[in-house]
Write a protein that binds this ligand. Sequence first.
Ligand code: HEM
Length: 195
Amino acid sequence: MNATDTLEATRSQRLKAATRDSHGALDKRIMAGDIFADRGRFARFLRVQYRFHRDIDGLYANAALDALLPDLAERRRLPQVTRDLRDLEQTLPAPVPLRLDPDLPLAAALGWLYVAEGSNLGGTILYKMAAQLGLDADFGARHLAAHPDGAARHWREFTAALDSVVLTDVEEQQMIDAADAAFRSVHVHVELEFA
Ligand code: HEM
């Protein structure tokens, strides 16, 4: 979808509108995977999350993003997902080459980070559901636990930064394309882990 196809007021709203279909399809596909049936099913979801957070790990070393978001390093969740997998006695997916260059241009980096940050919102729902498997912030569902300031507030701080950046139309489209690529990459991981 093009940035100009939507009339939403803010960039974050436009990004949400542009990726609504990819998000909806992903959400449905994950829930169809019956991830709360038992810990083994949930571990498949954790492996998806691990693959995604490993793919985007270069973002947290991106100088332009770091200048925009003072707490960028704290937003990284790969260590928590790794611990969740270890809690459930899972082996980690085999190593792969670094997917995102830490020097990715800011617009594209923002598109990828949007998907990672937004996943915390759905994560609050998944966190509550994980309780039925005996998982929580101390065991197996660490990476889904809300930020101490509250997931909504933490999200608003991110979207405020996202909305404040000056981007050309071309850059805004690059950001949307990057968010779309991020969602598609998660789909690929889901198909692999839930095959
Ligand atoms: C079964 C799994 C999932 C469920 C149930 C779910 C559900 C939700 C919900 C309820 C919201 C909040 C919408 C709002 O407040 O307006 C949300 C937002 C979001 N989720 Fe998910 N989600 C899931 C998986 C994911 C995954 C795996 C990703 C990406 C890796 C993701 C990315 C996002 C993004 C980017 C947003 C922010 C949308 C916005 O701009 O407000 N979600 N999700």
